[in-house]
Design a protein around this ligand. Structure first.
Ligand SMILES: C[S@@+](CC[C@H](N)C(=O)[O-])C[C@H]1O[C@@H](n2cnc3c(N)ncnc32)[C@H](O)[C@@H]1O
Length: 144
């Protein structure tokens, strides 16, 4: 994955600092990033809530979290199928089908700004921010 990222950065003539680490225990100080982006990762990370809590920790106040992942569907029959398949996928692929990042984001103290679901409610795109202490944040908004 890092080799691919290196190749991509070179192709785009970007200077990047790429590091390998455990998302559940990020080796960065508190409040050290403006933005955290995670795509199709929470489905694979064993403790997704710990990972989101770490993302929130390393964000500076006012910083932004951008997530895209496949999650527990908002469509009941689809979710029922996911429930059946989840134990198999977790066992053989380490891929969780019933994750609910919105709850993890809330639990980590972030405020959701935009939440979009598509593909039968399975794919979730979410942006959130870390509130600035003593500055009122608008409540969770723009859910589609
Ligand atoms: C489905 S792949 C997605 C890769 C990439 N984010 C993308 O969008 O193409 C899931 C990735 O999660 C990574 N992963 C699993 N557990 C992790 C952990 N504890 N910390 C960091 N990454 C982890 C895996 O190594 C794998 O690269």
């Amino acid at each position: 994955m890092l080799a691919q990222a290196h190749a991509r950065a070179e192709m785009l003539h970007r200077v990047v600092d790429l590091r390998l680490g455990d998302a559940q225990h990020l080796n960065f100080p508190d409040a050290s990033f403006d933005t955290v982006v995670a795509t199709l990762s929470l489905c694979s990370i064993p403790d997704d809530r710990a990972a989101v809590a770490e993302m929130a920790r390393v964000l500076r106040p006012g910083g932004r979290l951008v997530l895209l992942d496949h999650v527990a569907s908002s469509v009941r029959p689809v979710r029922a199928v996911q429930r059946l398949l989840d134990p198999l996928l977790v066992r053989f692929e380490g891929d969780h089908l019933l994750r609910e990042p919105e709850a993890a984001v809330r639990a980590a103290g972030l405020v959701t700004d935009e939440l979009t679901r598509f593909k039968w409610g399975i794919v979730l795109r979410l942006t959130a921010h870390k509130p600035i202490p003593d500055k009122p944040s608008s409540p969770d908004a723009a859910i589609s």
